[in-house]
Write a protein that binds this ligand. Sequence first.
Ligand code: SF4
Ligand code: SF4
Ligand code: SF4
Length: 186
Amino acid sequence: MALESLVDRIDAVLPQTQCQACDYSACRPYAEAVASGQAPIDRCHPGGQETLESIANLVSVDPSPYLQGVLDQYRPPTTVRVDLDTCVGCVKCIQACPVDAIVGAPKQAHVVISALCTGCNLCIEPCPVDCIEIVPHDGSGSNNDAMREQSRSRYQAKQARMVRANQSKTENYLKAKQLIKRDLLV
Ligand code: SF4
Ligand code: SF4
Ligand code: SF4
């Protein structure tokens, strides 16, 4: 199987929470590392036994030595909720959310859209007033095909937007530098 195709197939069985519990920056980089033999098959905490067995099947590895560890580290689907009375509207959680599941304007209370939230918990640590709490997922959880596809495409969209924003920042910086240089030469 071509490496790219194997990456796609591994990525397809990952939960797409983008939680970084595998010590990779998102699901896709973990899929790439597994496909190239650089990462073991047991690092996906939210994936549990189902994901372990699917990856093992794709890379032709026996999953049984990994099973107990995966069961021990399994993290069931959750979502998060913002305490609206405590939120100071700093937008740090919006910046941290890999799938744009939080809405809110600066200095106003922020709200989590639970149907979009993957339960990655990446918004919790940046919150300066500790007003985001983990709650049980109210739906079928993140590890189903529809949710996976939604989370993957929202993650990709956010990544693309960040690349464009960084490019624009660099262009603005270079333009400003040229203007300063030109003014100094006049
Ligand atoms: S769901 Fe989390 S732990 Fe699993 S592959 Fe994706 S980023 Fe890694
Ligand atoms: S709201 Fe928080 S827990 Fe939910 S996806 Fe966004 S960063 Fe992750
Ligand atoms: S990081 Fe915390 S305080 Fe800041 S907007 Fe998000 S929930 Fe509100």
